[in-house]
Write a protein that binds this ligand. Sequence first.
Ligand SMILES: [Zn+2]
Ligand SMILES: [Zn+2]
Ligand SMILES: [Zn+2]
Length: 261
Amino acid sequence: MALRLTFLGTGTSVGVPQIGCTCPTCTSDDPRDRRRRTGLYVQTPGMAFVVDAPPEFRIACLELKVLDVRACLLTHVHMDHIAGFDDLRRFNTLNGKTVLPCYASPETIDAMHRIFPYIGTKPNELGLYRPMIEFHRATRAFHLGDVRVTPLPVVHGNTPTYGYLFEHDGKRVAYVSDCYDIPPKTLAKMRGADVAVLDCLRDTRPHPTHLTLDRALAYMDEIAPRRGYFVHMCHDVKHAEFEARLPRRIRLTYDGMKIRV
Ligand SMILES: [Zn+2]
Ligand SMILES: [Zn+2]
Ligand SMILES: [Zn+2]
């Protein structure tokens, strides 16, 4: 009765390698140093959904054989999390031409309507291949099949941003891919999670909207998960070297990584 996580992508907004960069990470032979933009696939015996639809969403679905998506959650409207949203239309078709529910904050939904004005809940009149999405404003905990989902508001610059807590069969997973500050109320919900996935852009050099190593480790101490994972890394993070410096209970994610909880 496990909760299974598959990382569709684990990189920061420009991806790794960056276009035109010849640094040791961008030219590394280690497949873990190739990072698509960040997204997550969650499966339980009774549910299957994605968190975000990054630019390489289609490629990730093909490579990782993601064939069952019954809902989508959005963290926020930065392009590295929504640029692949249109590709969700394949799951309308695969699910028998049904509307796909998408959960996000009210602010994120308003922005999605501006960015994707053609997306609605009805088939296109001309028979064109458009996504059919029903947006649901997530402001409190709700159920997606056998998963209880709680939005986790975090601070990520001026863009309203959520992480999410997933609860299934007594297990708790906290997922926060983009954040600079975690408000106390959110932190309280994450505390003692079986698995916590947290933003860690790079080493300790500060960034105005993302956690970097020292702050990410400090939050991990407060959350005290059974297992901790970092995500959303930039090219400053060379997987093998960076991970070797982490406490044993905290690991770096990589594209295609699977975790059973
Ligand atoms: Zn991001
Ligand atoms: Zn580089
Ligand atoms: Zn962002």
